[in-house]
Write a protein that binds this ligand. Structure first.
Ligand SMILES: *[C@@H]1O[C@H](CO)[C@@H](O)[C@H](O)[C@H]1NC(C)=O
Ligand SMILES: *[C@@H]1O[C@H](CO)[C@@H](O)[C@H](O)[C@H]1NC(C)=O
Ligand SMILES: *[C@@H]1O[C@H](CO)[C@@H](O)[C@H](O)[C@H]1NC(C)=O
Ligand SMILES: *[C@@H]1O[C@H](CO)[C@@H](O)[C@H](O)[C@H]1NC(C)=O
Ligand SMILES: *[C@@H]1O[C@H](CO)[C@@H](O)[C@H](O)[C@H]1NC(C)=O
Ligand SMILES: *[C@@H]1O[C@H](CO)[C@@H](O)[C@H](O)[C@H]1NC(C)=O
Ligand SMILES: *[C@@H]1O[C@H](CO)[C@@H](O)[C@H](O)[C@H]1NC(C)=O
Length: 762
């Protein structure tokens, strides 16, 4: 295990050191400054004389560190640095007048393509942010009891909200339904007085009516709402979405200011949506424009269909209008679903007679304004914007499409880290805004990409270019008739001269100039891309890989062949040249002399196994013939020669004393051992016959199995055994008695066997 760790550490270390090959490869295929700086992490050296003769222009593109290492002086490294300039960053301010919650307000960024840049956006929720509240009420017949209450409501709402901010204005609007069949009855008398009860005051139906533009005068609110009469329609759903649309887009008529804009929607029924207009023969989709006549009534309601929820959502967001739905219990779920689909909005339960509406508004306002959603609008598609949020309640999120914090109290600050990444060069400066939803405060972000080189070394007929070319970013572009790094080579017209120059660009019998990876200039190869060598025949990425690293990370790719570090070998330097792992602890020969040490690992010869090949696969079988031959012939002098075929160099020795021996032949017992220091094999035998040797004593494998079975049975199944033992007490006693008579107990023999010699046990 230790070895594996060491190897891993080495690999990591080497990857770091040799890592420059890869990244430089990415840079070194760019043969102009502009192409070079468009690659993330690449820089261009414009220094004159930076290149060796014959080096390609692309060698000027490298990592900034690579260029420094190659002695490009700092002032000559073209590596446009990302810039972040804060143009405007007013302090957070609260109180009446100019409130500042969002910082900064204007940023100017210059980005490198593919290199993320981050900046901080800080939002501090301020006290006393002015509020415009427009109260939108369902005027259908069932709401008649509520109308009386609402008249005095203006004063209460103003009082409640003035607790939160000193500047509050309030307005009032109403909705019933589009005055068209089948939403209303078109009977002449019903058109004028649609209410069921003929005695109560009633007004004709309308889709939306702006009763009172925003005002801070509570008396005016009471006066104008008092003059209003209830109305009625036929079907259950009302034209609520029409009303929300008009109240939102009619900025001038409603009088919305650049403040927190809240639309309170009260109703005791559901709403018509896009498509319902077809019932009345209305086919034009909603145009999202304001159409109020001089009386404040939406007079194009019979021309345009109800708006879709998506359309409404977009219009609300663009106009920073937040919605509070105050609806009766029966339809809460419908409105909750609607609220989900809209930007900042909440739903509260309205009592049957609207008595709790003030409390509801002040709670909902608190909830609404404690949610901060930071979004961007109008960012170019190639610009990726992501947000990390650090909220005041400790919640943190990262990599989101918008910044999001909830439970933000008054005077709490929340911070967002915004990350911008340009995937391609932008054609021109682009400006987009980042803003909290429902607020008119904006952060303007101007971005441009650093995709050009400002080398400031342009020189026509530069002496550096032999007076025959124009210098730019360290490169010569030669005039007609000249070529070479410094336009030093005249392009000869004569074929034979070109031929002689070409010969020195051609490798041995190659048909291609510069191996097809470069151009022959003045008799020298100028290599393209990452190719190197006199004939551009070397590809530093062509060497064998190991673990996906060129030369296994342990060598240098020298023209297609790995030059391995001293302690490594192999075509991809994948092998450690060390042999320590092939040697047993007390060993003197690699792999005990029975295998090859390759890549610091033993590959054992046939018949041997184990980490150091110190184990025999079938010792008894392998030496059986040898022992048999030897025991039959040992007394004769030529014994060893006779047994040459079976024994090879092995000389089994006879042991007089009877010992534990695990192998047997027809005539004797024997055992095979290995000296782990030298790897030599020692075979010894006795002249005892099998007659004295019970089977379990002689066959080692059998003994081991029986032993292991017994041990595990005792350990795991002890309890079971006890029970079985008791049940079979009589029987087993009998058996044991018989066994005792026959030989020594089975236990004893098994135990001594294993503890006596564990030659082949691992
Ligand atoms: C860089 O300059 C140093 C000192 O002048 C020199 O020893 C070294 O060989 C140079 N390296 C290269 C890559 O030219
Ligand atoms: C205003 O706030 C005070 C204390 O915070 C509270 O007692 C009072 O009832 C509030 N007024 C209204 C109209 O909600
Ligand atoms: C406001 O939030 C509280 C919990 O924070 C919730 O219980 C209450 O219903 C919410 N009120 C409205 C009108 O959304
Ligand atoms: C936001 O940043 C300010 C410092 O700029 C720090 O004092 C404040 O604790 C941060 N707030 C959060 C919620 O991280
Ligand atoms: C081009 O270079 C050659 C050789 O260096 C020089 O003799 C010649 O005057 C140069 N041409 C111009 C137009 O400068
Ligand atoms: C080049 O060609 C000659 C004869 O055609 C041959 O003997 C020689 O080995 C070739 N050299 C190489 C590098 O292929
Ligand atoms: C062989 O075994 C017998 C007893 O079984 C013993 O007397 C004799 O010495 C042994 N012979 C050799 C050569 O070990």
């Amino acid at each position: 295990m230790k070895w594996v760790w060491l190897a891993t550490a080495l690999l990591l270390h080497c990857t770091e050191v040799r890592g420059t090959v890869g990244s430089r490869g990415g840079c070194q295929v760019q043969s102009s400054c502009v192409e070079c700086v468009r690659m993330p992490g690449c820089a261009w050296c414009k220094q004159k004389d930076f290149l060796q003769s014959g080096e390609a222009a692309a060698q000027r593109c490298d990592t900034p560190e690579g260029l420094r290492r190659r002695n490009c002086s700092l002032e000559n490294v073209m590596d446009p640095r990302p810039v972040r300039e804060t143009v405007r960053d007013d302090e957070h301010r609260s109180g009446p007048g100019a409130v500042v919650q969002l910082r900064p307000q204007n940023l100017h960024l210059k980005l490198r393509v593919g290199v993320p840049q981050t900046f901080e956006v800080k939002f501090k929720r301020s006290e006393g942010y002015p509020i415009d509240l427009y109260y939108l009420m369902d005027f259908s017949y069932s709401m008649r009891d509520d109308l009386a209450k609402v008249k005095t409501l203006g004063r209460k709402i103003l009082a409640a909200l003035r607790n939160v901010t000193s500047t509050v204005r309030i307005g009032f609007g109403a909705f019933v339904d589009k005055p068209a069949m089948p939403f209303i009855s078109t009977v002449e008398s019903k058109l004028k007085h649609p209410c069921r009860d003929k005695k109560i005051p009633c007004q004709p139906s309308f889709s939306f009516k702006n009763v009172l533009p925003l005002t801070n005068d509570a008396d005016e609110f009471e006066r104008s709402v008092s003059q209003e009469k209830i109305s009625s329609n036929l079907d259950n759903p009302e034209s609520g979405l029409d009303a929300i649309m008009q109240a939102t887009v009619c900025q001038k008529e409603i009088g919305w200011g650049k403040v927190t804009r809240i639309l309170v929607y009260t109703s005791d029924d559901i709403f018509h949506t896009a498509g319902d207009g077809k019932l009345a023969g209305i086919y034009h989709p909603n145009d999202g424009q304001c159409h109020l006549n001089s009386e404040g009534i939406y007079d194009k309601s019979q021309l345009y269909d109800y708006p879709s929820v998506a359309h409404l959502s977009q219009v609300l967001s663009a106009n920073n209008v937040q919605l509070i739905f105050a609806v009766t219990n029966a339809h809460l779920s419908r409105y909750k679903a609607l609220s989900e689909a809209l930007p900042l909005s909440v739903v509260g339960e309205l009592k049957g007679d609207s008595s709790n509406v003030v409390q509801l508004i002040s709670y909902a306002y608190g909830n609404l304004s404690s949610i901060i959603l930071l979004e961007h609008l109008g960012a170019p598609p190639s610009l990726q914007v992501s947000y990390n949020s650090h909220c005041s309640d400790g919640v943190q999120t990262s990599g989101r499409r918008r910044g999001e914090c909830s439970n933000v109290g008054i005077n709490h600050q929340v911070n967002f880290t915004v990350t911008l990444t340009a995937s391609v060069c932008l054609q021109r400066k682009e400006t987009f805004v980042i803003k909290p939803q429902g607020s008119d405060e904006e952060l303007h972000v101007t971005v441009e990409t650093l995709c050009d080189c400002d080398c400031r070394d342009e020189e026509e007929r530069s002496p550096y270019c032999s007076g025959n070319g124009t210098l730019s970013c360290g490169l010569c572009s030669c005039e007609r008739g000249y070529e070479g790094q410094r336009c030093e080579c005249p392009q000869e017209e004569y074929d034979d001269l070109v031929l002689t120059l070409d010969t020195s660009c051609r490798q041995a019998n190659d048909t291609e100039l510069c191996s097809g990876h470069g151009t022959c200039v003045c008799g020298q190869c100028v290599c393209q891309g990452h190719y190197t060598g006199d004939y551009c025949h070397c590809d530093p990425t062509s060497c064998s890989r190991y673990d996906n690293l060129i030369c296994g990370g342990h060598g240098w790719c020298n023209c297609g062949v790995c030059d391995c570090d001293p302690e490594f070998t192999g075509v991809a330097c994948q092998c450690s040249a060390l042999t320590d792992q092939c040697l047993a602890e007390d060993g003197m020969v690699l792999c005990s002399g029975h295998g090859q040490c390759q890549c610091n690992q033993c590959h054992c010869d046939a018949g041997f196994y184990g980490e150091h090949c110190a184990k025999l696969t079938e010792p008894c079988q392998q030496y059986q013939a040898c022992v048999e031959c030897f025991s039959a012939n040992e007394l004769q002098e030529d014994g060893p020669e006779v047994c040459q075929d079976d024994c090879g160099s092995i000389r089994p020795t006879l042991i007089e004393e009877a010992q534990e021996m695990f192998c047997q032949t027809k005539h004797c017992l024997f055992q095979v051992e290995m000296d782990t220091r030298t790897g030599s094999i020692l075979v010894s035998y006795t002249n005892q016959t099998t007659m004295n040797c019970p089977p379990w004593k002689c066959h080692r494998d059998m003994t081991l199995m029986v032993f292991l079975f017994t041990v595990s049975a005792v350990l795991l199944g002890g309890g079971t055994l006890v029970i079985i033992h008791r049940v079979n007490l009589k029987t087993s006693n009998k058996v044991m008695e018989e066994e005792n008579k026959a030989q020594t107990p089975f236990w004893n023999s098994a135990m001594t066997k294993v503890s006596g010699s564990d030659l082949f046990l691992d």
